[in-house]
Design a protein around this ligand. Structure first.
Ligand code: ZN
Length: 489
């Protein structure tokens, strides 16, 4: 039978096994967004870490994002699986007809539809030890349905990138409330892309840094023995295209100051005519569009159905949309501000980054890649919709999705087959060894306890018998036990 030192070794193994699996008992998912990381940056840049994830895991050449291809609408469609007309984040800013004010980032922007639950809220609603975290994800630090999630950090420009990753890992490894879902956001290459354009050396440098932080994230997962347990989805909200000053169009020259409000930014400007000025403004802009030839004007009834943008009171009465490669009045104002802020000379050759065009414009396409125990290996899937991601997240997390606008087909193409096949060889080996060791430990403990019980029973019986026969002192009892030793063999 096992001696005591061997039993201790088994206990040590048990502790070792439990320390390895000391994360959430549920599937774990990290969603990483690089704002404005265009789908084809991989073609021109050397991005070894991201290329590795792309090759080893599952990727799509690009995603079809939602209209307008702006940051806040898209991040919220990624998180909720519904179109902007449903979640209400119809732009990075919009005019609220009820309070008659231009609204920007804030809880009011996100709390439009109380039935819409972002994935972080929905994950925690399932209970049973599911905890969510959002790190700077747009809209991630607001309460939904009157509740906050367990972990949340609001946007802080310039926050150290490695510290973001370290914090995410800490949430996942938290001994009391281990996060099983974390949404992690990086504001580049968007921030500098707007000021320098997507073709600049500054952006090349930032893409390399984003590649390095990807390497750092996966190295940290490896370091904490989490690579086989954590699924990582990496994506972006939209791409970006370059626009120069000769392609800036002044649309407000066609309409009279003081007869309208406006919101949004190039290439899509929302026009809200004051009462009684609707027809005049629409006709004037249409006339301007015909003259200029590089922007289009829509009234609400003309918004394309496939935009899923029209059925919401926040959706503007008129939308002016620059053609690809063109921008509008807001960039005429902000271009010299960028030049001043970043200390460069504004010329006709200066390039600025613009996004927000129709999602069919190729430069607006975001990227998608995923890797982890629940993700197919070395697989390429067809481009799919941003609103389909919610179903994919739910499938990875093994929770039923809420009602949404997405399809579940892409998830079925991205996910590895259920059952043992979903685990890596390493995980299966670890689980098997762990299982055998635990079984052996339990058997050995059972044998040891049984033997001890038998021995105790024998001792009691024998001692009682001896005591009856030899009602003597304790010393006699010891001696009597000694006499019985051979019987115990
Ligand atoms: Zn963005």
């Amino acid at each position: 039978m096992f001696s005591q030192p061997i039993s201790l070794k088994f206990l040590y193994f048990l502790v070792l096994i439990s320390s390895v699996t000391c994360i959430s008992k549920h599937p774990v998912l990290i969603v990483v967004s690089f704002d404005a990381f265009r789908y084809n940056f991989f073609e021109t840049e050397n991005l070894p870490y991201m290329q590795l994830i792309k090759t080893k895991g599952t990727h799509a050449e690009y995603l079809y994002n939602v209209f307008p291809t702006k940051t806040f609408p898209n991040h919220h469609s990624i998180a909720t699986g519904v179109f902007p007309e449903v979640h209400g984040v119809i732009g990075n800013s919009y005019y609220d007809p009820e309070i008659k004010k231009v609204m920007k980032m804030g809880p009011g922007m996100y709390n439009y539809n109380d039935r819409v639950k972002p994935i972080w809220r929905w994950n925690e609603d399932q209970g049973n030890g599911r905890y969510s975290g959002t790190f700077m994800w747009p809209g991630g630090d607001y309460s939904y349905q009157g509740k906050n999630i367990t972990y949340s950090v609001g946007f802080q420009a310039g926050y150290d990138w490695k510290k973001r990753v370290d914090q995410v890992i800490k949430w996942i490894l938290d001994p009391d409330k281990p996060a099983n879902l974390v949404m992690l956001y990086f504001e580049e290459p968007d921030t500098h892309g707007h000021a320098f354009g997507p073709n600049s050396v500054i952006i090349k440098d930032l893409l390399e840094k984003l590649d390095n932080i990807t390497g750092y994230l996966h190295a940290q997962l490896e370091h904490h023995n989490l690579s086989d347990k954590v699924n990582v989805v990496q994506l972006s909200d939209h791409g970006m295209t370059a626009v120069s000053p000769p392609f800036f169009i002044n649309i407000t020259q066609y309409i009279t100051n003081g007869t309208y409000e406006w919101a949004g930014a190039s290439p899509a400007i929302q026009i809200i005519p004051h009462e009684g000025h609707e027809d005049i403004i629409y006709s004037a802009l249409k006339k301007g569009s015909k003259e200029n030839g590089h922007f289009k004007v829509y009234k609400k009834s003309e918004y394309l159905d496939r935009w899923h943008y029209k059925n919401n009171p926040r959706s503007p009465p008129i939308l002016v949309m620059a053609d690809e490669g063109y921008a509008l009045d807001d960039l005429i104002i902000s271009a010299p501000q960028y030049a001043k802020k970043y200390n460069f000379t504004l010329t006709n050759q200066s390039e600025f980054g613009v996004h927000g065009y129709d999602y069919t414009v190729k430069d607006m396409h975001p990227y998608f890649m995923a890797i982890g125990p629940k993700i197919k290996k070395e697989t390429k899937v067809d481009p799919f919709n941003t609103v389909d991601l919610f179903n994919l997240f739910c499938a990875i997390l093994e929770i039923s999705p809420t009602k949404n606008n997405g399809s579940s087909t892409p998830a079925s193409h991205v996910l590895a087959a259920a059952g043992p096949g979903k685990y890596s060889v390493g995980t299966i080996l670890m689980m098997s060894i762990g299982g055998v060791l635990v079984a052996l430990l339990l058997v050995s403990l059972a044998v040891v306890f049984t033997l001890m019980a038998i021995k105790r029973q024998q001792n009691i019986t024998t001692a009682a018998a001896l005591n009856k026969r030899f009602p003597q002192t304790f010393q006699n009892y010891i001696e009597a036990q000694h006499l019985l030793e051979p019987e115990e063999a």
